[in-house]
Design a protein around this ligand. Structure first.
Ligand SMILES: C[S@@+](CC[C@H](N)C(=O)[O-])C[C@H]1O[C@@H](n2cnc3c(N)ncnc32)[C@H](O)[C@@H]1O
Length: 236
């Protein structure tokens, strides 16, 4: 996922390998209108400065980051169920962001903001160190072919980057329905010395109540498919 190179100020910069497929063509009229009209209310433009999260949300509250929010269904449900938290979504897929904006507006949800760009760049440029209470990455693209494994989002340098953004004691929760990716995630996390597995070494977690069951997942469960949750705490 990441290449390490050196910026001019000597701090490391990780240049991402693309972990997503561009699917810009399928934008509906409703999504386009949402992006035009609702972006100023919920969107944060990509920039090269750390964002002031208290200012963005207009209060001090735990801030949870969802990376790869898709069409935003889980984010909406979590934000509704937990008005005490603020939620920041990151997603490259513009139609998904348009869809999220529409749902936020329809449901009158105030504790969500979204950044429409690539997560590694957003983390590096915009998210302050030690500012995030939890990071959720639900069903990242599995990239099943071996030659594509390097495109998987979960890689050691990405986890190192995330750990800098989490507060001490902050949580990292990943879920996947792809067994090989689940074991890849576990292997990466076993080497991430700044995290502790809340379920015990090498153990997957039961789905925490706050992670909504997606329609896709419900369908899969009926067919006997499994989902693997990994819940880690930043301890160092
Ligand atoms: C398989 S979908 C899962 C969506 C959602 N989490 C769900 O459970 O339905 C993965 C999503 O991650 C997004 N994505 C992949 N790599 C990304 C990256 N580097 N930065 C931001 N979003 C990314 C994709 O565009 C896609 O919407």
């Amino acid at each position: 996922m990441l290449h390490k190179s050196q910026s001019t100020d000597q701090s490391p910069i990780y240049r991402p390998i693309r972990s997503f497929v561009r699917r810009e063509g399928r934008m509906t009229r409703g999504q386009k209108i949402a992006l035009q009209h609702l972006w100023p209310r919920y969107g944060i433009d990509m920039c090269k400065d750390y964002v002031d999260l208290d200012m963005v949300f207009g209060r001090q509250a735990p801030c949870i980051l969802e990376i790869g929010l898709g069409m935003g269904d889980s984010l909406i449900t979590m934000a509704r169920n937990h008005p005490e938290n603020d939620y920041l979504g990151i997603e490259v897929y513009r139609p998904g962001v348009g869809s999220l904006l529409n749902k936020l507006d329809e449901c009158g949800i105030g504790n969500v903001r979204v950044i429409n760009d690539e997560a590694t760049m957003v983390l590096q440029q915009m998210i302050p160190e030690n500012s995030i209470s939890a990071v959720y990455i639900f069903f990242p693209d599995p990239w099943p072919k071996k030659r594509h494994h390097k495109r998987r989002l979960i890689q050691p340098l990405f986890i190192e980057l995330l750990s800098g953004k989490l507060q001490p004691g902050g949580m990292l929760h990943m879920a996947t329905d792809w067994e090989d990716y689940a074991h890849h995630m576990m292997a990466v996390m076993n080497y991430a010395s700044m995290f502790t597995n809340t379920a015990g070494i090498n153990h997957f977690s039961p789905r925490p109540d706050y992670r909504p069951l997606t329609k896709f997942e419900q369908r899969g469960m009926k067919l006997g498919h499994r989902v693997w949750d990994l819940v880690f705490r930043k301890t160092a």
